[in-house]
Structures are given as C-alpha cells and as structure tokens.
Design a protein around this ligand. Structure first.
Ligand SMILES: NC(=O)c1ccc[n+]([C@@H]2O[C@H](COP(=O)([O-])OP(=O)(O)OC[C@H]3O[C@@H](n4cnc5c(N)ncnc54)[C@H](O)[C@@H]3O)[C@@H](O)[C@H]2O)c1
Length: 500
C-alpha cells in the first residue's frame, strides 16, 4: 500500500501515472504525456498519458470480455457486494493519498478533499448492500395458465465520463452503483484531474474486482472522450459535464449504436429566501452555496431570489459571511476556499464579472483576483441590479458569482426560479412549512434543499430536470439506471397459440 504523504508540502517531482486496462497499469511508454500543474501553486504535480483510440478499443474490449463471460455479473450480489465493501475500507486506508492528489490537481482545500473521500467510501458501503438487494417482480394473477416474471439485468459495458470539479466524488457517486448492477466499465476522467480515478482502479483491483471490470483511459475530451461517446461496443454512457458536451453525447448516441444515456449536466440553481426565514442561518447557507469549491459546483446556488422587504439587509449579511472566508493555499489545513481549477475557467469567470458590469449590474463585493504570487484565486462576487435577461442571470458561470433577484410574492419567486433552461437543484429558506413545501412542489429541479444547501449522501439520487440532464445517479434509483428490464412469460400446462 502506498505510504500516506505529508499533506502540507508539494511533491518534489510530478508523479507519473499509467492508464489502466484489464486489471493492469499500462505505462505511458511512447505515448505523449500531459503534465498537470497545481492551479494553486503553478508547479507540476502529475503526468498522465494521452491514450490513443487503439488504447480505448483495448479497454472497451477488456470490459466486453469481462461482461460477456459473466466473471462479474455471474458472481451474484453477495460476492459483488463483498468487493465493494473491501474497496470502501481501502479508500479509507488511502484517504490521505487520494485527498492529496485531488487537492494538487483540482485546487480544492485539503480538509474538504478529505471529507469528500470519506463520503466516497460511504458510497461503496451503501452500494455493497444494493448489489444484494436488486430484484424484480412476479405476476401470479395472469390466470391459471400463465405466470409472469420481471427481471433486472445489467445493461452491459458502461462508458463513464467525468468532469474536473469533483473528480473523485462524482466518480464514486457512479462507479459502485455501476458495479453493483453487474455492469463493467471504461472511465474517461477529465484530462486535468485524472489521478484519483487511476488510484480507484488500483484500489478496486486490490479489493478483488476481476480483471477488465474497470478500465481507465486518459486524454482529452475532444479526442478520447469523443471516441468513447461514439463507440459502437459501449452499451451505455454516463456523462457528467457541461450541457454543450451533453448535447454531443445525445447526437453521438444517435449516430452510433443508440447507447443508453445518463446525463448530469449544468445548472443555474436558485436559492429562494423568504423574509420569515432564520436570516442568519440562511445567509450562512447562501454564502456556502455560492463559495463552496470556489463556485465550481454544478449545484452551486448562483441565483439568490430573496423577498424584497429583506433583500438589502440580507445581501449585507451574505457579504459579511463571504468576507470572513479564508481563501488561499489549499494545502493549508485552515483554508475554506481554494483555487480556480483551470486557466480557461478563470478567464470565463472574470469575463462574466466584467460583462455583468458592462450590462448594468452592480458588483457589491468580491470579484477580485487574489494576488498570491502564483495560482488562480477569485474572491466571491455578489451582484445586485440584475435583470433576468442578463447573461449573468441566465448562464452557468461555474465560479463564485452570485446574482440577487428580489421578489414580492410567492408566485413571483417560483416564476423567477423556473425562468431558466436548467433544473438541477434548488434551496428554499422559510420557517413556514406551507411556503417551503409549495416551493419544492412547484420549482422544477431534481434536487431540493429546505433550510439547508448542498447536503448529500449515498441514499438520495442525483440528477436534473430539463437541460440539466436525464436519469438519476446514486441511491436505489441510481443502480436501477444501469439495469434493463426483461419480461418473462411462463406457460403453465398446455394451451394452443391460436386460442382454439
Ligand atoms: N449535474 C452534475 O451532476 C454535474 C456535476 C459536475 C459538473 N457538472 C457540469 O460540468 C461542467 C464543468 O465541467 P467540465 O468543464 O469538465 O465539463 P466538460 O463538459 O467540458 O467536460 C466534462 C468531461 O467531458 C469530456 N469531454 C469534453 N469534450 C468532449 C467530447 N467532445 N466528447 C466526449 N467527452 C468530452 C471532458 O474531457 C471531461 O472529461 C459544468 O457545466 C457543470 O455544471 C455537472
């Protein structure tokens, strides 16, 4: 087992990873390497191979063999669950190492990364039980001559594409459920945050996952990602990322083999605050909702829809909460908000902050680039005087940028909340249960929080309405997505097929 690393120092040299096919690490060999620099320190931290389409074909073929010879699905739920349970223990044992690479590549605070890794181990624990409890249905009321069964079968070979904002968490909200169902898989992590996916492949092999059941290919979205979504021998694709690339997945599935799709896409999520809420608690939640992971969160609460009578005072409370945040070196144990993960995302966020002001919105705090000498940090920005037609109010910024939209009535709050093409997540803050539940009923979003935000766990499924995606991940509903239903009609006794 790899030694835990000292979390507060940078690696003296970048760690070089291989990719992972048929139970083995494949060294980069003559392939090009992409070097990842820490977004917080601008030093090289990892080197990852750029896989070829031949590597992808080899990975899909390994997953296909492992599926067709039933070395995994044929084991039965109890044996599959035992592997997932051992993986949970190994994730806990290697939590420090996983959190360290997550922080180095992504720029998130080390304390946050550790918490996420522990949550991931919990996903494996939970899914180990689901592997045993997947079942179908029986129909004993079809008349004396007929008996019916409905069974669930694994879909087959799953292609899994993940983004850079929660590389390990998003991976673990999917992999244990995919494996619990009996499917095998090929993962293509984001090219900027691939290390922890490769660590998970090692861990699962150590936990007893048969060769070929989990394969990892690394490289860019436009090359290896595009080849995976078009692959003729992949039965299902689970994609998490932008709505733009989600659209490409739909097109590619139509052009290739009609693979089944699960899509977890973008969001422009409302946080709706009523005057009767505990306003201090709500301000804390709203600040957390926009600043957590430096706003690079699909479920980030980026639209504050607040009752007009308290809007100004509430904005000041949020501002005060944001001002107290410790932003900076993610390897510092006390840091609460880390770096912006990619240079491209940094430019996109600053572009929105500038164009928002040009469009007439008023920046009341933040939006500054922190001068740390190295790395990319932006202080959380809050905008007022925002109109609903502005890009700032409509687009997913994917950074720490909050817009404030006041409302006068409950109906207006709901109308503003639904005025988006997305439907990923929403929060409502009110002490009145009628108000809160009316909002949860009428706002179109796949995840809701009442008097809190960004809470989660393995039991409740994830996923969006509208252009935020299709299908659900995690929980009982999540594992079922990776199964397909078969109906079996059983004749009892003898009958003629022409009804004579
Ligand atoms: N709904 C969710 O659960 C969820 C969770 C996290 C992130 N997201 C969304 O992800 C986005 C940010 O992540 P990102 O910038 O990594 O997204 P992205 O769409 O650019 O990339 C996501 C993944 O897709 C790959 N990819 C890119 N182009 C591709 C192509 N043509 N074919 C196949 N694969 C391709 C990338 O390499 C990466 O692995 C945001 O929109 C965010 O809302 C959604």
């Amino acid at each position: 087992m790899t030694q835990a690393l000292t979390p507060l120092s940078l690696p003296p040299v970048p760690r070089e990873f291989g990719f992972f096919v048929d139970g083995k690490v494949v060294p980069a060999g003559t392939r090009d390497l992409s070097e990842r620099r820490s977004p917080a320190h601008d030093v090289p931290v990892t080197r990852i191979p750029k896989c070829t389409t031949a590597d992808l074909d080899a990975a899909v073929a390994a997953a296909r063999r492992a599926f067709e010879d039933r070395r995994w699905s044929g084991l039965g739920g109890a044996a599959r669950g035992a592997v997932l349970l051992r993986a949970a223990a190994l994730i806990r044992a290697r939590a420090e190492e996983i959190a360290y690479f997550e922080t180095l590549e992504n720029g998130k605070p080390i304390a946050q990364a550790r918490g996420e890794v522990m949550g991931c181990a919990d996903m494996f624990d939970y899914a180990s039980g689901l592997a045993r409890s997947l079942h179908g249905d029986s129909f004993n009321n079809l008349g004396d001559g007929l008996f019916g069964l409905v069974t669930r079968e694994p879909v087959g070979v799953v292609g899994l594409i993940t983004p850079w904002n929660f590389p390990f968490l998003i991976l673990c909200e999917r992999v244990p459920y995919i494996l619990a169902s009996g499917c095998t898989l090929v993962v293509k992590p984001s090219e900027v945050t691939s290390a922890t996916t490769l660590l998970l492949a090692e861990i699962l092999t150590e936990a007893g996952l048969p060769d070929g059941c989990m394969n990892v290919v690394t490289g860019s979205g436009s090359s290896i990602g595009q080849a995976l979504i078009e692959h003729m021998d992949v039965d299902m694709l689970s994609f998490t990322g932008s709505t733009a690339v989600g659209r490409r997945c739909v097109e590619a599935a139509g052009r290739s083999n009609f693979k089944k799709l699960g899509l977890e896409l973008g969001g422009k999520n409302p946080q709706i605050v009523f005057a009767d809420a505990d306003l201090d608690d709500a301000a804390d939640g709203v600040a957390f909702g926009i600043a957590f992971n430096a706003g690079q969160c699909c479920v980030s609460g980026s639209r504050l829809i607040v009752e007009r009578s308290v809007a100004e005072a509430f904005a000041q409370r949020v501002q005060a909460k944001l001002a107290r945040l410790r932003i900076g070196d993610p390897l510092d144990e006390t840091t609460q908000v880390g770096a912006i993960t990619t240079a491209a995302q940094h430019d996109i966020i600053l572009g929105y902050i500038q164009s928002g002001q040009e469009d007439g919105a008023r920046l009341i705090c933040g939006g500054e680039v922190l001068d740390t000498g190295e790395g990319r940090f932006i202080t959380p920005a809050v905008f007022t005087d925002v109109t609903r037609d502005m890009d700032l109010a409509r687009d997913e910024v994917f950074g720490p940028v909050l817009v404030i939209l006041p409302f006068d009535t409950l109906d207006e709050a709901i109308e503003i909340a639904n005025d988006t093409v997305y439907g990923l997540a929403a929060s409502v803050w009110s002490k009145n249960i009628d108000t809160a539940l009316t909002v949860t009923r009428r706002v179109r979003a796949g995840r809701f929080w009442v008097n809190t935000t960004l809470a989660g766990g393995p039991e409740l499924p994830l996923g969006g309405f509208r252009q935020s995606g299709w299908g659900r991940e995690a929980g009982v509903y999540g594992v079922e997505e990776y199964t397909q239903i078969k109906s079996v009609h059983v004749e009892i006794g003898k009958r003629t097929h022409w009804g004579e």
